[in-house]
Ligand binder design. Structure first.
Ligand code: SF4
Ligand code: SF4
Length: 69
């Protein structure tokens, strides 16, 4: 399911503490689309995010695979 790009949703994002995340990256990838950075997949914490259940997300790695659809 698409994730609406709202400040409320963005504030719930936990990408910042994920092992794959690079400091300074935009985060909130499920709504904002993939990162511009070259990332190495080291685990995805999206399954622990409040938005995971709220928007019926299933794949994770939105930072490398692109936004939720
Ligand atoms: S599902 Fe993942 S990308 Fe989306 S807000 Fe949560 S932690 Fe961030
Ligand atoms: S989308 Fe998943 S893998 Fe990418 S930074 Fe967010 S929690 Fe980590």
């Amino acid at each position: 399911m698409e994730v609406p790009n709202t400040p409320e949703n963005g504030s719930k994002c936990i990408c910042g503490t994920c092992p794959t995340y690079i400091e300074g990256d935009k985060g909130f990838f499920c709504a904002l689309d993939r990162s511009d950075k070259e990332l190495e997949q080291k685990g995805c914490d999206c399954g622990s995010c409040a938005l995971w259940g709220e928007y019926d997300l299933s794949e994770g790695y939105f930072c490398t695979e692109g936004k939720a659809t």
